[in-house]
Design a protein around this ligand. Structure first.
Ligand code: PLP
Length: 430
């Protein structure tokens, strides 16, 4: 296997490092946890990324989730071009927001009122603000290894397996800001129960990725989400599903339809923007009524409800709803996970694979992964070697062992078969 030429990516990367921290606009893109040169991308085509050196990769990142139809699908490209010709931002409401809000609500009936923002980070931050205002309480529960964007108060995780006061993950986040963030292990009913017994009357909300996707793909244990629904209700706290990643991916109706559990507030992003920057949070009308200008809770955005993003999201969702796109993407996820499992089995490499709808994940681990602590015992050094072997074979995986992988309707059985061959060869070469 000859190594691909990466001359142009290397040159751009060294130039970029003089201009931007790590040479990138978001840390994981710098390939720190897998080593090697991040590929600078020239274009995306359906299931493929093409880098500036002309190398083509089957893309299992898909911009970390949004691209359910693959790169540059005709419907989205056309909608964005048509909208761009009519203006990119108005600073006034447009019919596109109404259309997209109606479309989202049709899929997520629990979002009785919703508001568009520019990112999942903003949505999570605003959802917490709404929950605190509604309950008149300050404490927020999150799960170890769950990511809700980079707002200060949510950049906290537990240091041990027991409930602890949140300590900031990042310099620059004052301890006071995360002091009301309580972090517990995912899938651990007993710890959540103890926490509510002790602090229940102060807890405004429980935030959860209903299927965790930011520590690798980790499903909730049977009944765990229903348990969260019950205990939050019993203590007058809100249940917030952060479906930014899993929305429209794990099921056409999102995780709440898949598990039949209805949260009070939902946070969305990624897919609903069709590859443009977007987020949306929403939920029960009596909670959302508190947001300005209906209520006193402030939250705003210059580019919120941006017409280009609305047009892209609408085009993607309409196309997905009127075709078998979701099923095609889900088939590709399952087949790819199976291909990884059999390639690893053949090479004698311990692996745990899983797929839920149009996303999948794998851990190089002998044990099943149920939470952050078990995810963290995965073989990260081997993952880094595998990542490079796969790049050389034309397959682009997330540049971290703790990211989920994504498929699109453009990942046809032929594309997956091509990837399967690369997995077989890469695992054999480990
Ligand atoms: C990606 C993600 C976010 C953050 O969204 P951004 O648009 O990157 O700010 C929040 N929550 C979850 C679950 C995510 O996967």
């Amino acid at each position: 296997m000859t190594e691909l030429s990466t001359t142009r990516s290397e040159a751009l990367f060294s130039e970029a490092q003089h201009l931007m921290p790590g040479g990138v606009s978001s840390p994981v893109r710098a390939f720190k946890s897998v080593g090697g040169v991040p590929r600078f991308i020239e274009r995306g085509e359906g299931p493929y990324l093409v880098d500036v050196d002309g190398n083509r990769y089957i893309d299992y990142v898909l911009s970390f989730g949004p691209l359910l139809l693959g790169h540059a699908p005709e419907a989205v490209t056309r909608a964005v071009a048509e909208q761009a010709a009519k203006g990119s931002s108005y600073g006034a409401p447009s019919p596109l927001e109404v259309d997209l809000a109606e479309t989202i609500q049709g899929i997520y009936p629990s979002m009785e009122r919703l508001r568009f923002v520019n990112s999942g980070t903003e949505g999570a931050m605003s959802a917490v603000r709404a929950a605190r205002a509604y309950t008149g309480r300050d404490k927020v529960v999150k799960f170890d290894g769950h990511y809700h964007g980079h707002a200060d108060l949510l950049l906290a995780k537990a240091g041990s397996g027991v409930a602890t006061l949140g300590l900031p993950d990042s310099p620059g986040v004052p301890a006071a800001v995360t002091a009301d963030t309580l972090v517990v292990p995912f899938n651990d009913e007993a710890t959540v129960r103890e926490l509510f017994e002790r602090e229940g009357e102060h807890i405004a909300a429980v935030l959860v990725e209903p299927i965790a996707g930011n520590m690798g793909l980790v499903r909730p244990r049977e009944g765990f989400l229903a348990f969260l629904r019950e205990i939050t209700e019993a203590h007058g706290a809100l249940l917030v599903f952060d479906e930014v990643m899993v929305g429209f991916r794990v099921h056409p109706g999102g995780a709440q339809a898949l598990y039949g559990v209805t949260p009070d507030v939902t946070n969305l992003g990624k897919v609903i923007g069709g590859g443009l920057p977007v987020g949306a949070y929403g939920g029960r009308a009596e909670v959302m009524r508190l947001m300005a200008p209906d209520g006193p809770v402030y939250q705003a955005g210059t580019l919120s409800g941006n017409p280009l993003a609305m047009a892209a999201g609408l085009a993607l969702l309409r196309e997905a709803q009127s075709s078998d796109a979701w099923q095609l993407a889900a088939d590709a996820a399952r087949q790819t996970a199976e291909a990884i499992q059999s390639a690893a089995d053949a090479a004698g490499v311990p692996v745990q694979t899983d797929a839920v709808g149009a996303m999948f994940g794998f851990f190089l681990n002998e044990q099943p992964v149920t939470d952050y602590a078990s995810a963290a015992t995965s073989d990260t050094a081997t993952f880094a070697r595998l990542h490079k072997l796969l790049l050389d074979r034309g397959v682009y995986l997330p540049p971290s062992p703790f990211e989920a992988c994504f498929t699109s309707s453009a990942h046809t059985p032929e594309v997956v078969a091509e990837a399967a061959e690369a997995f077989r060869s890469a695992f054999a070469a480990l």
